[in-house]
Design a protein. Structure first.
Length: 167
């Protein structure tokens, strides 16, 4: 993982976000609100939600185009779990969060550098419906209620806390 991910505030303009991504040669920024990761903005968000709709990047706020809540994983989690999570969610980046604080970002390219075949394997597991065998709790914001939890698990295609699972 990258231990010093680039971040941006929710009220920054998309022009600021795009400039920061270009200046640092990165494809995403973790969006911070009230000191905590609340979303992620990617190059694809800028293209599909701003440029393709002919919106002015200086007039659009990051909060309006970011993907939220941010999908996160604990730094002590195994690489296999990170790859499985990326595959099942069809994403290429995971925030690494410990006790609510952003400690890094893990990308599909990071995994490919150390374990080239893992991404393909987890994608095949997902297509075959085998991912349920590897259910493990992760840390982040519940996609049902938004509350931060260290015990999120998959439930009806959402990462849900114990209170929201099965309901």
């Amino acid at each position: 993982m990258t231990a010093t991910p680039l971040t941006i505030g929710v009220d920054a303009s998309v022009a600021e976000a795009a400039g920061l991504m270009r200046a640092n040669d990165v494809g995403s920024l973790i969006v911070i609100e009230d000191g905590r990761p609340s979303g992620i903005v990617t190059e694809r968000d800028v293209v599909t939600k701003v440029a393709a709709e002919e919106r002015a990047p200086r007039d659009v706020r990051v909060r309006d185009i970011m993907s939220a809540p941010v999908v996160a994983i604990h730094p002590d989690e195994e690489v296999l779990e990170a790859a499985r999570l990326m595959s099942s969610r069809k994403i290429r980046r995971l925030a690494v969060v410990k006790e609510g604080a952003l400690v890094g970002i893990l990308t599909e390219n990071d995994i490919l550098r150390i374990w080239p075949s893992l991404v393909d394997v987890t994608r095949e597991y997902d297509r075959a419906g085998l991912e349920a065998r590897f259910a493990k709790a992760i840390e982040g914001h519940c996609e049902a209620c938004g509350v931060y939890s260290t015990n999120l698990m998959w439930d009806r295609n959402l990462l849900a806390c114990a209170d929201c699972r099965g309901g």
